[in-house]
Structure formats: structure tokens, C-alpha cells
Design a protein around this ligand. Structure first.
Ligand code: ATP
Ligand code: MN
Length: 460
């Protein structure tokens, strides 16, 4: 029976002496005139299985075709390995070559840079590094669903095409079927969207939150987990144009409950990865980031600091640091400020709360001081903001005033949640790739999603 390499290595001893049937891609082949060793990988684990070919059984000409990158099927006996580096190996008696890989196969044994691999994004999942990242990514996605399901949350599907703009104009990709070279116009020269597919202007979503609130104010506890699109021109190692966001929204939650949930959630996901992907994390730790495992354990085992924005600004002002962007009360913190608080001052993740209302979204609950809102951003080492959330304004009139002040239109459907049986409620958004970035210790968010989209890059 065919087994994956992960199963074979796990069952190890109990399979020795038995016939093994295994399929995969060749990582390396080495050896001499008598014996050849192939390191085989099938994507099920970071570890390779060693296949031993005896040249009295296999002609050298046939073995020459099993080059790096080729795909093969091998049957043979599993035996305890003579060599160091593996406990078991397969003594091949049958070989089938599915596909050879010519010598120009781009992924040769030498270490490639992340930039090089980004250019070969169609093949990079075949590397050890991306195999590890993609398995961790999968485990984290599963952990997200498991966490919320076990707590009684409903997975709520919010639309990807939307006519509402959650965070403010400018960062949305428009969705249209109008002919761009011959746009229908109104008398005043503006585009006549009544002729467009939906009869109005539509875009890809930048957040499912507003629609998520409709779910929470009916089902109680919901979360979304889906693609999110932002057309901001941010060429940073932390921004993608297409990313996945997780947005829980909870009726009857105040901001403290929201913070508790966010902290528990991140710790759960990180622990889940440590428990289920240890080999992959260890590989990334040993090859890229020697402090990775220590940092992950640290986050799991320590309370996050909870700090008001005003206090945070004071700490930054008194730090004596020469920041690139100036610090003053009212400023939207830059990544360097967030990272100073987390990495240098507290040396712990920080949940920063009660930001000035001017720098936050219209739906956040106004504090009694009239100046700050019940926002909460979770700030992480090496990442900066990993979560942004808040308690939502549940007062109909206050929310309506905010909407008017900001000049937003077409929000009646949203205001109705406050008009009919309003409740205190809260929620947050976690960028899934920022979580994967943290858990893998990678430097660039483009390397934790199979097909990254960013300004001027949309391959495949
Ligand atoms: P930032 O200040 O880092 O640009 P933001 O404040 O614009 O983030 P929010 O609107 O609060 O982000 O979105 C919630 C979460 O989604 C963020 O905390 C972050 O984890 C993630 N996120 C936001 N924008 C991006 C992006 N372009 N690529 C990947 N993740 C993102
Ligand atoms: Mn934010």
C-alpha cells in the first residue's frame, strides 16, 4: 500500500522489513558506481526519505534520468539505515519515472534567495522553505476555524463584491463591466453607473466587518475568514493587495472582552502551530531565524501589556529616540513607534487602546472624554500591528452624527442595526498573512502566501 513519507517516517520501526510503495519528487541524487542514494520528498513533511538503488539491479543509464526535480514511484523494502542522518531507508526493487526534470530545473541544491524564488513562484512550493511555510499556513487556517467553532462562533460569509466602503475611499479595487475606452456619461460628465453591471458603483471588499455586524447582531457570535483587497500603494514587507482576513464580531462584548478574546485567539493559533508543525518551525528556526521558537513560546506564555494610547505617546516622547516620523498626541503611530513599544520598551506584545477619534474609523465607540474611541490594536514583535479592533458605537444618534461628519452615504442598512434592538458589541480584524509571517519568522509577507499580489505584481 502506498504511504506518504510523513506516515513512513512516523511509523518507522513498525514498517521495517515491510514492502513500501512511495511516490514523490527527487531532491538530490548522489553515490558511486555501486550504489546511488536519492533524497525523495512528497510534500507531506519537511523530511526526505532516502532511497537506495543498487546498481546491480538498476542500469546506470536509467538512474541518470532521476535528476533533481524529477518525479518517481519506488517500491522496495524499508530497512534500518546504515548511514547517519536518517533512521530508515528504502532498498529499491522497482522504479517508475513519471517525469524527468531537465538540467535547467531552477531549484538546484544551493540556497536560493527569497527574491529569486518569488520570481519562480510557480515552483517555489517545491522548496523545503515554502513547503514548511505552506504546511504551517494550512495548520493555522485550520486552527482559526477550530478555535471559533469550539467557542460556538458561526462562520459568516460576507460579500467580496460590495457597494459599501468600510474604511474610507481610495483603497478599493473597482469592479465594473463598463467599457473603459467608451464610458457612459451623465450630463455633468461623471460616469453613469446606472449602466454598470450592478446599476451602481461596486468594488472588491476591504473588510467584511460592517456586514459581519449584521451577522453578530442576529447570531450573537460570528467570524469571517476570507479574501480582502486593498489598492493602497504600500510597498512594505507587511502589506499585500490581496490578503486573507479573519474578523470575529461579538454581540454583548465590551472592549475588555474583545481584548481577552484577541489574546486568547492568537495564543491558541501559535500554540497549535508549535504543537502540530514543530518540524517545519524548527527547520525555519535553524535556517532563517534562530530566535523563532523562543519568540513563539514567549508570546504563548506571557500576558500582553494593555496600554492606553495617551500613555503610549508619553513613553515614546520620553524614549529619547530619534524616530523618522515625529511623535505627538494625535499622530497615527508608524511601525517604528509600534515596534519600539513592543521590542524595546516592554519586550512583550502590547494591546494599545483608546486612540484619538480622528485617526480611527467612524464606527468606533466614543469614550466619555469625547476625544478618544474604544479602539484596540494588538502590536507584535517584528510585525507591528497584527490586529486592529474596537468596541463599536451602538448609539444610533452618535453613530449617525459620525457618519454625517465624515460625509458617508448609503449607510442606512448599517444604522438599522442600532435602530432596532441595538446592543453593545465588539470585534477585530486579524490579517492572516501577518499571523503566518509571525509564526514562520519570514521577513516579507510576500513569502507567506502562495501567489502574492502587490503593486505591479500579479503573476499567474
Ligand atoms: P496597517 O496600519 O498595518 O496598514 P490597517 O490599520 O490599515 O493596517 P486594518 O484596517 O485595521 O489595517 O485591518 C485589520 C488587520 O488586517 C490589520 O491589523 C492587519 O493585520 C491586516 N492588514 C491590513 N492591511 C493589510 C495588507 N495590506 N496586507 C496584509 N494584511 C493587512
Ligand atoms: Mn488597524
Amino acid at each position: 500500500m502506498r504511504k506518504t513519507i510523513k506516515e513512513i517516517l512516523k511509523e518507522g520501526d513498525s514498517l521495517t522489513g515491510k514492502k513500501i510503495d512511495v511516490k514523490g519528487w527527487v531532491r538530490t541524487r548522489r553515490g558511486n558506481k555501486n550504489v546511488q542514494f536519492v533524497a525523495l520528498n512528497d510534500g507531506s513533511t519537511i523530511h526526505n526519505l532516502q532511497i537506495v538503488f543498487d546498481l546491480t539491479k538498476f542500469p546506470e543509464d536509467e538512474l541518470k534520468n532521476i535528476t533533481t526535480g524529477s518525479s518517481i514511484h519506488v517500491k522496495g523494502d524499508l530497512v534500518a539505515s546504515q548511514g547517519a542522518g536518517q533512521s530508515v531507508e528504502v532498498l529499491a526493487d522497482e522504479l517508475e519515472i513519471y517525469g524527468t526534470a531537465p538540467a535547467d530545473y531552477p531549484l538546484q541544491k544551493k540556497g536560493h534567495t527569497m527574491e529569486f524564488l518569488r520570481e519562480k513562484a510557480h515552483l517555489r512550493p517545491r522548496t523545503n522553505t515554502f513547503g514548511a511555510i505552506l504546511r504551517i499556513r494550512h495548520a493555522l487556517a485550520y486552527a482559526v476555524h477550530k478555535f471559533f467553532n469550539d467557542k460556538g462562533f458561526n462562520y459568516f460569509h460576507t460579500p467580496l463584491i460590495t457597494a459599501s466602503d468600510c474604511e474610507g475611499a481610495g483603497a478599493q479595487f473597482q469592479v465594473t463591466t463598463l467599457p473603459l475606452q467608451d464610458l457612459p456619461k451623465n450630463e455633468d460628465g461623471s460616469v453613469d453607473y446606472s449602466k454598470d453591471f450592478f446599476g451602481k458603483m461596486a468594488s472588491l471588499t476591504v473588510s467584511g466587518q460592517l456586514e459581519g455586524e449584521l451577522g453578530a447582531t442576529a447570531l450573537g457570535l460570528i467570524y469571517t475568514f476570507g479574501p480582502t483587497f486593498r489598492a493602497e500603494n504600500s510597498n512594505t514587507p507587511r502589506h499585500l493587495s490581496e490578503f486573507w482576513m479573519i474578523e470575529p464580531e461579538m454581540a454583548f462584548y465590551e472592549i475588555e472582552d474583545n481584548m481577552d478574546l484577541a489574546e486568547e485567539f492568537i495564543k491558541y493559533c501559535v500554540s497549535y502551530a508549535l504543537e502540530h508543525c514543530y518540524d517545519d518551525i524548527k527547520f525555519l528556526n535553524d535556517h532563517f531565524d534562530k530566535d523563532l521558537i523562543e519568540r513563539l513560546n514567549f508570546v504563548v506564555n506571557n500576558d500582553f501589556v494593555r496600554l492606553g494610547y495617551t500613555e503610549g505617546i508619553k513613553i515614546l516622547e520620553e524614549s529619547g529616540k530619534n524616530f523618522e516620523f515625529p511623535v505627538y498626541w494625535g499622530v497615527d503611530l508608524a511601525s517604528e513607534h509600534e515596534r519600539y513599544l513592543v521590542e524595546e520598551h516592554f519586550k512583550k506584545p502590547v494591546i494599545l487602546t483608546d486612540y484619538p477619534k480622528e485617526i480611527k474609523a467612524f464606527y468606533m465607540k466614543l469614550n466619555d472624554d469625547g476625544k478618544t474611541v474604544r479602539a484596540m490594536d494588538v502590536l507584535f514583535p517584528k510585525i507591528g500591528e497584527i490586529i486592529g479592533g474596537s468596541q463599536r458605537e451602538e448609539d444610533y444618534e452618535k453613530l449617525q452624527n459620525r457618519i454625517k461628519e465624515m460625509g458617508l452615504e448609503g449607510m442606512d442598512w448599517y444604522l438599522d442595526t442600532r435602530k432596532y434592538g441595538t446592543v453593545p458589541h465588539s470585534g477585530f480584524g486579524l490579517g492572516f498573512e501577518r499571523l503566518v509571517l509571525f509564526v514562520t519568522g519570514m521577513q516579507n509577507i510576500r513569502d507567506v502566501i502562495p501567489f502574492p499580489r502587490y503593486p505591479k505584481a500579479c503573476e499567474y
